[in-house]
Ligand binder design. Sequence first.
Ligand code: ADP
Ligand code: MG
Length: 486
Amino acid sequence: MTLTESRTGAPGTDGWEIVIGLEVHAQVMSDAKLFSGAATAFGAEPNSQVSLVDAAFPGMLPVINRRCVEQAVRTGLGLNAKINRRSVFDRKNYFYPDLPAGYQISQYKDPIVGEGVVTVDLENGGSCEVRIERLHLEQDAGKSIHDMDPKRTFVDLNRAGIALMEIVSKPDMRSADEAGAYLAKVRSILRYLGTCDGNMEQGSLRADVNVSVRRPGEPLGTRCEIKNLNSIRFIKQAIECEARRQIEIIEAGGAIEQQTRLFDPGRGETRAMRSKEEAHDYRYFPDPDLLPLELDPDWIAEIEASLPELPDAKKARFVADYGLSAGDAAVLVADREDADYFEAVAKGRKDPRLAGNWVINEFYGRLNKAGQHRAESPVTAEKLSGLLALIESGAISGRIAKDVFDAMFETGEDAAAIVEAKGLKQISDTGAIEEIVDRLIAENPKQVAQAKEQPKVAGWFVGQVMKATRGQANPAVVNEILKKKL
Ligand code: ADP
Ligand code: MG
């Protein structure tokens, strides 16, 4: 999309365009750190996963972890981005207690991955494109712990040196919803690739959000950066608060000062952390302990050949092969296992769209309500498929199927067994239905007369037949008989 195109919408932002760019920090899935062999497991005893390199003992030398490089390349390919055959590790210098070396090893001018593009699926079933500026590898820092002792701060270096991928977008998003959907899509791609677990609660994925506002058509405004957001909900809230704050300032005749800010979810506001004048001078320079990283094109090709089917390709296939709507397909492919579940349900079914509906609305609707995960439900894909087979064969109606589904969720039993035990089989026997219809016609002459004038009144008879059969009459058969008799 072009930058001049206007897509506004948040409350309190009428007549303004919000411009958003994200810097996403994704922890690389790797058993060892970026430049040391120390472990990376989450939740370990503080300082139990720290090598001498991570603690920056004198004389220690970093050694690049091939696995982390491979993961960055994989991610770059998944983001449709240019893989740079040559990249450079730089030292980013700053002083902080949780950074023992006094610098972070990062990539500055020559990142491992260049420009790319992500297709973002929007709630209305449409999509937009967000360009990627770059992806670079860098070390995570340690963690200062302020709440273990009233007077002292402790430092846990377990995170220090863990590999992060920083994925920087161009300022292509125009609303909080687009930014949220962008992050959800990036997370989905990372999980498909197996390069980051995407776990935002554990901090494996976090984002800095850059926000500016402008009148549509004007050049880009001055941005503020909101640091370290770890949920999509907070990202969306922070963007809307920050945009309103900037609009208020400009409408009152003021100007935006470029700042780094923090979001306070409790108060629903952002507040200044530091201004551009106070910004660090990181004095970047190439790390003399590390050679530039040169990638073998055959190796890149090998990695490319090993990529799984990614969400966009899967979505296109679901639309083409199963006839799903773009919106339903996007929902189903967001998670790889959800997509597999759907395909297992749809296997052998005549109407894959019905399968899509059931998986999205009944199955996930019910899981969400119960706060459960798919794996906790006794309704396997095969079992749900069995239920749909009963609908397809006319053995039960869609209405009864919902009751059967409820019972399946409770007991884990097969649909057919439940239908049998509860006597829920659909009545398609014309004789039995005709008998009921004849009785209804005899008992309700007034409605019969009306139905002759107004075909709509026939609907009333359908309802009565359903009532008499506890919803088990086959609606198609009922309609046919009514048409004949009325
Ligand atoms: P820095 O290191 O100063 O944060 P980066 O280039 O790493 O700079 O990141 C800048 C981020 O800010 C990118 O995601 C970019 O898309 C975004 N950005 C740049 N200009 C604007 C703007 N005017 N409004 C909103 N976002 C912007
Ligand atoms: Mg930044």
